[in-house]
Design a protein around this ligand. Structure first.
Ligand code: KG4
Ligand code: ZN
Length: 330
């Protein structure tokens, strides 16, 4: 019955969760508003904000779980991938706490944890399943053989899907992070513009050409009609969203066909996208898939997914030495 405190600090959210016997008792996240002013995450600001937020976030997580630090059996943390200065805050905090309490440390891979967010609450997929992990930093197609045996069969060769949403949104004047706002505006529009959908082949993704395609297409149209973007904002958003979502779904279908898997899941911040969710459900009905999308609070960065992953590791005695250091890349 391990009681685990989990800490996530890989990017711009400071999150702490208490997971008891694999079940989430609390999940508390402090987001950092400062990055909006800069139109993107500023690493230096992110690490400072983590430093300020981490103790209050952990305290609230323990309080909401009605537990005290002295009851903990292990401390889990995100080792990477992520921003090194941000990771450093969570790793150092976890190490110090585990040392003071004389309990084991458990390192967690942020990307593995996004996939295992499906085990934070029912319905939980049976193994094996196929997972499309789409976040601000990553785009991966993963065959999940078991909790800790995850095989990456496709990935982006340049921008991540979330980055594609954010950078495209920036081009049309939306505030950071543009993904959610673009999703909202697209609902009142139609995908009337064919933006490029570059394809590096196989199960890999490429999104960097989309920005160029948007830039050139809009430049041309603005020359003819100065208010083109303002007057067609909803249709432009729907077209950008279509280019990204159609690519994601095309590769997901190819991966399902190639692996023969019929349990198909989404993970990561971009799985909050309403069009992507809708299209997954549609393909699922057509192809007789069992589909899984976590609750939004478990899609975006959160410590509950770190705690759930740590519970699988605890069961196998996979602990980490105090000599551990964060890893920006794996
Ligand atoms: O997983 P996440 O919270 O953080 C990372 O690990 O990167 O993902 C954040 C990303 C951002 O790029 C954000 O714009 C995107 O997820 N996102 C969305 C939506 N909600 C969040 N993108 C499209 N539509 C949404 N509704
Ligand atoms: Zn993430």
């Amino acid at each position: 019955m391990p009681l685990i405190l989990a800490i996530e600090s890989s990017c711009d959210d400071t999150s702490a969760a208490v997971v008891e016997d694999g079940r989430v008792r609390s999940n508390v996240t402090a987001t950092q508003a400062i990055h909006v002013e800069y139109g993107g995450v500023v690493p230096e600001h992110a690490s400072r904000a983590h430093q300020r937020n981490i103790l209050p976030t952990v305290s609230v997580a323990l309080r909401r779980a009605e537990r005290t630090a002295s009851e903990l059996d292990a401390v889990a943390f995100t080792r990477g991938p992520g921003l090194i200065g941000s990771l450093m805050v969570g790793v150092s905090f976890a190490k110090a706490l585990a040392l003071a309490l004389d309990i084991p440390l458990i390192e967690v891979d942020h990307m593995q944890a996004h996939v295992l967010a499906h085990f934070a609450e029912a319905p939980k997929p049976d193994f094996p399943f196929l997972c499309l992990t789409v976040s601000g930093g990553h785009t991966q197609l993963v065959v999940v053989h078991s909790a800790l045996e995850q095989e990456i069969i496709g990935r982006t060769i340049d921008d991540a899907a979330g980055e594609a949403f954010d950078k495209s949104g920036k081009l049309i004047g939306l505030p950071y992070p543009a993904g959610p706002e673009l999703d909202r505006l697209a609902r009142a529009g139609k995908p009337t513009i064919d933006f490029a959908q570059p394809d590096p082949g196989g199960l890999d993704f490429s999104f960097s050409g989309l920005k160029t395609s948007i830039l050139y297409t809009l430049q041309k149209r603005v020359e003819a009609e100065p208010d083109y973007v303002k007057n067609n904002l909803n249709d432009i958003c729907a077209s950008v969203q279509e280019a990204i979502v159609a690519t994601l779904i095309r590769k997901l279908v190819a991966a399902a066909e190639q692996t023969g898997l019929h349990r198909v899941a989404l993970a990561g911040g971009v799985s909050a996208n309403s069009e992507l969710r809708g299209r997954l459900a549609q393909e699922g009905r057509k192809r007789d898939w069992e589909t899984f999308v976590p609750k939004i609070e478990y899609c975006t960065d959160n410590a509950a997914m770190i705690g759930v992953t740590a519970a699988f590791k605890y069961a196998q005695g996979l602990f980490t030495s105090q000599a551990v250091a964060p890893a920006a890349r794996f």
